[in-house]
Design a protein around this ligand. Structure first.
Ligand code: F6R
Length: 366
């Protein structure tokens, strides 16, 4: 059942080239330049004319929502808010029929997300679900939705569901931008091509497994970890830290790299490993200066960089080179080594990777 892998988590990490391709199959047709999400068809006008997009979710799904905020705002120029479902539902939020709400959930059973949906519905908003489990409560409670088609996720730590969520949200953002005219046809087509190359790039990132395992050996006994990224890689930093803490029980924090100097920098000494997601994108130079700041304080730097990088390589203690991609789709690739890093560290610490203590796959109580 684990397909020759020691744990479901590792199996699911390795499934990602296929699960991302499955998610795009029948939806993305590069040859004809078409992108179709069946679930969106009847609600496309509402989506296009929305005054605001509100994304609500918990945990890893909330991180996928943060990536979507960057995607929607960049491609479609509609303001986006990303809300923890548990906060949103109890805040008496301002919401009306011109809002388009996207609820993201792997299990489709998360109690807080379900309650957030019911609240938004009662205020007249349109609710769109991005769920993995077919026929789940959230899938049924929404007006429409698109399934992520990642297949069953058994490991409690979410991996392939996360990349499938981002895949669906990327397709939604491209469709929306194209329909609204904020994303010109030429660019739209280019992005379709780019998206189609993602599974092969994820495959290449998985080939870094033994290198990541070596790095894990050196850091398995530390007490703390920092994860830093900017732009599209900021949510990836949060996700990397969440993966590590939930399965290895090492305290980890994710931050937007520039926020470091507003507090977390005080933590840095020669004992502190800092994972930078420093791919070649619009914030690269800025991240490089953040790396310098950590290096000056003797922090240990593990950097996820773009293939062929030289600048960060000179500064970091360890670099992990991933294939290059347009920055909008980098999270799908840059998260892979972070999933592997947390997996190996947890295994080396003797943790129960697939069923970490105190956690459940579906959080059906608030
Ligand atoms: C992280 C994790 C949790 C879930 C969260 C939301 O690895 O598993 O943080 O992401 O409980 O669950 P869903 O997506 O099922 O609503």
């Amino acid at each position: 059942e684990k397909g020759g892998f020691d744990h479901f988590m590792l199996k699911e990490i390795y499934e990602q080239p296929r699960s991302i391709a499955d998610c795009m199959r029948g939806r993305l047709d590069v040859k004809s330049g078409r992108l179709v999400l069946g679930g969106l068809r009847d609600y496309m006008k509402k989506f296009q004319n929305a005054h605001r997009i509100i994304i609500t979710a918990c945990g890893t799904s909330w991180h996928a929502g943060l990536v979507a905020e960057y995607l929607f705002e960049e491609f479609a120029r509609i303001p986006v808010e990303v809300e923890y479902a548990s906060e949103f539902r109890y805040r008496n939020p301002v919401i009306n029929e011109r809002d388009f709400v996207i609820a993201i959930s792997q299990s489709g059973e998360t109690a807080d997300t379900l309650a957030a949906i019911e609240l938004a519905k009662s205020k007249g908003a349109t609710i769109f679900g991005v769920c993995n489990v077919v026929g789940s409560s959230i899938a049924r409670a929404t007006h429409a939705g698109s399934y992520t088609h990642a297949g069953p996720e058994i490991g409690v730590a979410s991996t392939k569901a996360f990349t499938a969520q981002i895949s669906v949200l990327s397709m939604m953002a491209l469709m929306l931008g194209y329909q609204r005219g904020t994303l010109p046809e030429g660019q739209f087509i280019q992005f379709l091509h780019e998206l189609e190359t993602v599974p092969a790039k994820v495959e290449k990132a998985l080939a870094l497994n033994s290198q990541v395992e070596e790095i894990a050996k050196q850091f398995k006994d530390v007490r703390n970890f920092l994860y830093l990224g900017r732009g599209y890689n900021f949510p990836v930093a949060l996700e990397g830290a969440l993966k590590l803490k939930e399965i290895s029980y090492i305290h980890a924090e994710g931050y937007p790299a520039a926020e470091m100097k507003h507090g977390p920098i005080a933590l840095i000494d020669e004992e502190m490993p800092v994972v930078f997601i420093a791919t070649r994108d619009s914030s690269y130079e800025k991240v490089v200066s953040n790396i310098q700041e950590v290096k000056a304080r003797k922090g240990k730097i593990i950097a996820v960089v773009t293939e062929g990088d030289t600048m960060v390589k000179k500064m970091a203690d360890h670099t992990i080179e991933i294939p290059s991609s347009h920055e909008a789709f980098v999270p799908l690739i840059s998260v892979i080594p972070l999933q592997l890093l947390s997996y190996h560290i947890a295994v080396m610490r003797g943790c129960n990777v697939d069923q970490p203590r105190n956690l459940a796959k579906s959080v059906t109580v608030e």
